[in-house]
Design a protein around this ligand. Structure first.
Ligand code: PMP
Length: 364
C-alpha cells in the first residue's frame, strides 16, 4: 500500500549486527569478541545487579510513570529541579521525542554530515526538512549551522562527542554558538559519551542551561554506566520544555528494572571512574598502534576510534570477522573507507591489534 510519507520512504532499516552465537555458528569459530556498538566492556556494575534483583518481585506492576526516584537522584547530583527532567527508553527515545513534540512536516531540522544516524532517522520519519550541514574535519561546522537557520528551523541536533567520528566541541565553542541561536530554535546537545572526556575538559552543560532556555541536554546510561540493554536515558531542559515532552511521552516508556538500576549506578563513581580510566589508557594504545601501523585515525573523545583505511573497508571488516573480531563498518554514514572500533578491555584490544595486523599483511 502506498501509505508512507516521503521522508519514511527514503529511510533504510537500522543495520544491526547478528547475534554473536549466530555468527559463531556461521563462521565455525568460538570466542568472538564484539567491539562494534560502543558498549561498556566491564559488564553490568554490581550496584545495578543488586538494584535489579530487588526489583524483580515488583514486575507484575507497572513502572513508576514519573520516574520519581531517578529524577530525584539526577536532580540532586546535578543541582537542578526534577521538573527539568524527562526520562527516555534510552536516549534514542528522547531524540525521537524532541522531533515528535516540536517539529512536523515542512519544519526544518539541522544536523551535521557524519552525525549520529538517529538524527536523520527521526527527521525523515516525521517528514521534516533535513538540513545536513557539510562536516568540517569530520566534525560539526557550527558557523554552517548558524547560516542554515531560518524561520522554519525548529531543532538542531549536536552530538558531543559525535558518533561515529569522536569529534569534540569545547565549552567555549558551544557557548559562543548558543549566543547566536534565536530562541525559537531548540538546540539538542547529545552528550551520550561525556563521561569519557576528562572532567576539566567537558562542556559545562548545566551552566549553559541556566543561560539558554532553548537548550536541551540529552544523556544516557548506555555507555559509561553500562546499562545499554536496559534502555534508559534522560533529558534536562527548561521546565516548560520538559512539561511539553512529558505530555507527548508514553506514560510507561521506562521499565522498572532500568529505573532502579539507573538510580544505583548514577552515584557509582568507582565503576564509572574504572570505565573511563580503562578507556583513556586503551585509547592511547589504539593511537600508538595506528601511528606504528601508519593508519590514519580521527582523534576521539568517545569510547571508540574511527580508522581510515584509504580503501573500501568492508573487506577488512569481513576479514576481521573471520579472525573473531566484530567491528563496525560505517558506509551507511557515507564513510566507506572507515571502520569504527569500540574500545574494549586490554585483552580484547590486543586481539584486535593482532587480527588487524594479520588482515592487513594478507591484504598487501
Ligand atoms: N547519542 C549518540 C551520539 C549515540 O552514539 C548513541 C548510541 N549509539 C545514542 C545517543 C543512543 O544511546 P541510547 O539510546 O542507548 O541511550
Amino acid at each position: 500500500i502506498n501509505i508512507a510519507n516521503q521522508g519514511v520512504k527514503t529511510l533504510s532499516p537500522y543495520q544491526a549486527g547478528k547475534p554473536i552465537e549466530e555468527l559463531e555458528r556461521e563462521l565455525g569459530i568460538s570466542n568472538i569478541i564484539k567491539l562494534a556498538s560502543n558498549e561498556n566492556p566491564f559488564g553490568l556494575p554490581e550496584s545495578a545487579k543488586v538494584a535489579i534483583s530487588r526489583q524483580l518481585d515488583e514486575l507484575t506492576r507497572y513502572p513508576d510513570a514519573n520516574g520519581f526516584e531517578l529524577k530525584a537522584a539526577i536532580a540532586k547530583k546535578f543541582a537542578i529541579d526534577p521538573n527539568q527532567i524527562t526520562l527516555g527508553n534510552g536516549s534514542n527515545d528522547l531524540l525521537e521525542l524532541f522531533a515528535h513534540t516540536f517539529a512536523s512536516d515542512e519544519d526544518e531540522i539541522i544536523y551535521s554530515q557524519y552525525a549520529f544516524i538517529v538524527y536523520p532517522l527521526v527527521t525523515k520519519a516525521i517528514n521534516a526538512v533535513a538540513r545536513e550541514i557539510p562536516a568540517k574535519n569530520w566534525g560539526h561546522d557550527l558557523a554552517g549551522f548558524l547560516a542554515a537557520i531560518n524561520s522554519k528551523t525548529k531543532l538542531i541536533y549536536i552530538a558531543n562527542p559525535n558518533n561515529p567520528t569522536g569529534n569534540f566541541l569545547t565549552h567555549q565553542q558551544i557557548a559562543d554558538f548558543l549566543v547566536e541561536v534565536p530562541e525559537h530554535v531548540l538546540v539538542v546537545l547529545d552528550e551520550a559519551y561525556t563521561e569519557f572526556t576528562p572532567q576539566d575538559q567537558r562542556v559545562d552543560a548545566y551552566a549553559l542551561l541556566k543561560k539558554h532556555r532553548n537548550l536541551i541536554l540529552c544523556r544516557t546510561f548506555s555507555k559509561a554506566y553500562g546499562l545499554a540493554g536496559l534502555r534508559i536515558g534522560y533529558a534536562v531542559s527548561d521546565p516548560s520544555i520538559a512539561d511539553l515532552l512529558n505530555r507527548v511521552r508514553q506514560p510507561f516508556n521506562c521499565n522498572s528494572l532500568a529505573l532502579a538500576a539507573a538510580v544505583a549506578v548514577l552515584n557509582d563513581d568507582t565503576f564509572v571512574e574504572k570505565v573511563a580510566k580503562n578507556n583513556r589508557t586503551e585509547m592511547q594504545r589504539y593511537e600508538q598502534f595506528c601511528l606504528a601501523q601508519r593508519l590514519e585515525f580521527i582523534p576521539s573523545q568517545g569510547n571508540f576510534i574511527t580508522i581510515d583505511f584509504k580503501q573500501p573497508a568492508l573487506p577488512i571488516y569481513q576479514a576481521l570477522l573471520h579472525e573473531g573480531v566484530i567491528v563496525r563498518p560505517i558506509a551507511g554514514y557515507g564513510m566507506p573507507n572507515h571502520l569504527r572500533i569500540s574500545i574494549g578491555l586490554p585483552e580484547e584490544n590486543d586481539m584486535f591489534f593482532t587480527a588487524l595486523v594479520k588482515v592487513l599483511s594478507k591484504n598487501k
